[in-house]
Design a protein around this ligand. Structure first.
Ligand code: URA
Ligand code: CA
Length: 433
């Protein structure tokens, strides 16, 4: 087989067989196929697209290019959740203990990542003593005993995806639904999930800016998951403003605790219930979505979910007393109010800009090696549709520097405040099976 022939075939709009896709991905991973040929292939795939069968084959070839996490020692159906990004997304921190508290095994591998804030792993490290490195035995044992554990990524998962994603980034081929869908699904499948719940974001702060594209991506991922024997469901949710109120590491831990206590932001809680009930249903811990949702609401109301969070934290070495005393979390030196310059209704909060403001404070990493300031970030006091008067606080900034002029400018720019309240706004747009 020759790569040049496969490129020509795809360029001319023909399908690639499983053997051909395996040849291409193996060769590329082993450096037998050079970047320039893979670049040409990525562009051909970008223009010609792929059938569902090709997408499944590409996904599985990338899964098999490296290590795969073996969760077979863990009892029950392991359901993973993946969100396609966004700003202030605290759902994992809430969902892990919440669904575990009703019997769903959560064996979560999570990243640090480059972003506006740290990843789930960084956020958890704002709790003193919390250990994100566990041996495979300890990890399995914790999930079997208490249904939940979260570890940092280790091992060499989907090296083919890593290489290909890097190449796509510099060849203008990131934005292809088949390539995005197989990239994301390969990572989920390699992490050992039996079933997958996807949270596909749409809106100004999301990868997919419009609803049609988000639906297409969601459907592509659901088809790949089901084609690969992993039951998959996608929820399409709004990212036209940050989710919840808090954007920052320790601030999001606090927000997760509030939500598990039933005192969290409405949108964040609602999205967690929506995603969580799909997880509970896929894990066969409820016979219907309605029953699953009722179980989760009950776990919050009874305190069971919060109790599970405490057990989760202490069994990974963390100081669970932060739950009752959140002042033990890292605290910023300054809390500064950003005030509305005029009265009206909030029409839009450009999520990306709020994310950038948080990262300017030091909440996120700019390079792989940079240090995160776990204490800093922002907490939104006003969201879309809220009425504000002139001089009222829009956002509280938690900062370790006193001069936050540029951050303030970013936040003021992100908010658009109009005289009339005309916004029709939804949180959940669709659920794709
Ligand atoms: N995120 C991924 O993991 N892969 C893509 O291709 C795009 C976004
Ligand atoms: Ca949040």
């Amino acid at each position: 087989m020759r790569m040049v022939d496969l490129i020509a075939k795809k360029r001319d709009g023909k399908g690639l067989t499983k053997d051909e896709i395996d040849f291409m991905i193996d060769g590329y991973t082993n450096e037998e196929i050079p970047d320039y040929q893979m670049s040409a292939m990525a562009m051909a795939l970008y223009f010609q697209g792929m059938t569902t069968e090709e997408r499944v084959n590409l996904t599985m070839a990338m899964v098999e290019s490296g290590d795969q996490v073996d969760l077979s020692d863990i009892q029950g159906i392991k359901v993973d959740k993946h969100s396609t990004g966004g700003v202030g997304d605290t759902t994992t921190l809430i969902l892990a203990p919440l669904v575990a508290s009703v019997g769903v095994p959560v064996a979560k591998m999570s990243g640090r990542g480059l972003g506006h804030t740290g990843g789930t792993i960084d956020k958890l490290e704002s709790i003193k003593g919390f250990q994100v490195e566990l041996t495979a035995e300890k990890f399995n044992q914790l999930v079997n005993q208490q249904k939940v554990a979260v570890v940092g990524q280790s091992g060499n998962l989907t090296p083919a995806d890593k290489k290909l994603y890097g190449l796509r980034d510099v060849t203008a081929t990131v934005n292809s639904i088949p390539l995005i869908a197989s990239s994301i699904m390969s990572k989920k499948i390699a992490s050992g999930a039996d079933a997958i719940v996807l949270d596909v974001k749409t809106g100004s702060g999301a990868f997919m800016k419009n609803l049609d594209d988000a639906k297409q991506l969601a459907k592509a991922m659901v088809d790949i998951g089901n084609g690969a024997g992993r039951e998959t469901i996608a929820v399409i949710s709004d990212m036209n403003q940050p989710l919840g109120h808090a954007v920052g590491n320790a601030l999001e831990i606090k927000e997760a605790i509030d939500t598990l206590q039933g005192n969290g932001p409405e949108d964040l809680y609602e999205l967690c219930l929506t995603l969580g009930s799909q997880m509970v249903y896929l894990a066969k811990q409820a016979d219907s979505i309605e029953e699953a949702r009722a179980k989760l609401e009950d776990a919050v109301a009874s305190g069971k979910a919060l109790e599970k969070f405490k057990t989760f934290v202490s069994s990974q070495g963390g100081d669970a007393s932060v739950v009752d005393a959140p002042s033990k979390l890292p605290q910023a030196k300054y809390v500064i109010d950003i005030k509305a310059t005029h009265a009206g209704f909030v029409k839009e909060i450009v999520a990306d800009e709020i994310g950038i403001a948080a990262s300017m404070l030091g909440a996120g990493r700019l390079t792989k090696d940079s240090q995160i300031d776990l204490a800093v970030g922002v907490v939104l006091q006003k969201k879309i549709g809220d009425q504000v008067s002139e001089g009222e606080t829009l956002v509280k900034v938690y900062s370790n520097q006193e001069n936050i002029k540029e951050v303030e400018e970013k936040i003021i720019e992100a908010y658009s405040i109009k005289a009339e309240n005309t916004t029709q706004h939804s949180l959940i747009y669709d659920i794709i099976h």
